[in-house]
Design a protein around this ligand. Structure first.
Ligand SMILES: Nc1nc2c(ncn2[C@@H]2O[C@H](COP(=O)(O)OP(=O)(O)O)[C@@H](O)[C@H]2O)c(=O)[nH]1
Ligand SMILES: [Mg+2]
Ligand SMILES: [Zn+2]
Length: 224
């Protein structure tokens, strides 16, 4: 008799580990954000600005996903923020299991929230639940107006889109009002923030939103 083992589909396996991560975050009352975008939209730059605005109020930890380098983690380390690098060794997204050793390395009890910068890729990171509370996508105005229509999943699965590089608007053909309409057509509940990480513009509403989410998660966890 030949023994047959049914393979668990990759995404189903991932969902099981993501549930474990989510349970850990619930216990700790830790708000976790998954930050996604194509390479170069400004994820790390937005993180740097966010740290500047929030680190005197809340304790932030960062997990940096990158295929090979530690460049982004080095940028974050300069701010004195706890940061762990995950090198995916070729994989083009983070998955829930990859997160676990990085979570072991961080002192989660000393943190108010955690931001995970995903691998720069507008496609498959959106398919992998990490156990996070929310997802934020970054879209820069220099990427072309057609990106929401071409890569709808990441915008459908996000709660927030940061429209970055608004300082470059005069030099692009981006119609930002139309871009926002297109994003809302994909997901009408999206919160949209127009920012320039270069100039540090537009960060207050974003940082306020983050702070609200962090406090909400803490309250929720305390009442359980
Ligand atoms: N003009 C302009 N450049 C930006 C802005 N944000 C990021 N950049 C630049 O875009 C490039 C990619 O930024 P980075 O934060 O590394 O993007 P990531 O790959 O998504 O993490 C860098 O050269 C940044 O200096 C912005 O708001 N305006
Ligand atoms: Mg980066
Ligand atoms: Zn991938």
């Amino acid at each position: 008799m030949v023994k047959v083992r049914m393979a668990t589909p990759v995404l189903q396996q991932n969902d099981e580990v993501a549930r474990e991560n989510r349970e850990l975050f619930r216990k700790k009352g830790l708000f976790v954000l998954n930050l996604m975008s194509s390479p170069g939209s400004g994820k790390t730059s937005i993180l740097e600005r966010t740290i500047e605005k929030l680190s005197n109020r809340l304790k932030l930890g960062v997990i940096e996903g990158d295929i090979y380098t530690t460049k982004d983690a080095e940028r974050i380390e300069k701010f004195g923020i706890p940061v762990v690098q995950i090198n995916t060794a070729g994989a083009c997204h983070l998955d829930a299991r990859m997160l676990q050793p990085a979570l072991d390395d961080l002192d989660l009890n000393g943190l108010d929230f955690l931001i995970v910068e995903n691998v720069g890729n507008l496609v498959c990171p959106a398919e992998f639940d990490l156990g996070e509370d929310a997802r934020a996508a970054v879209l820069s105005v220099a990427e072309g107006n057609d990106k929401p229509a071409k890569y709808p999943l990441v915008f459908r699965e996000s709660q927030v889109v940061l429209i970055n590089k608004i300082d470059l608007l005069p030099y692009t053909d981006c119609d930002i009002d139309q871009l926002e309409k297109d994003l809302k057509l994909i997901n009408h509940e999206l919160k949209l923030f127009r920012v320039s990480a270069r100039l540090g513009q537009g960060f207050e509403p974003w940082v306020q939103w983050l702070e609200e989410q962090v406090n909400l998660k803490k309250k929720l966890s305390a009442s359980q």
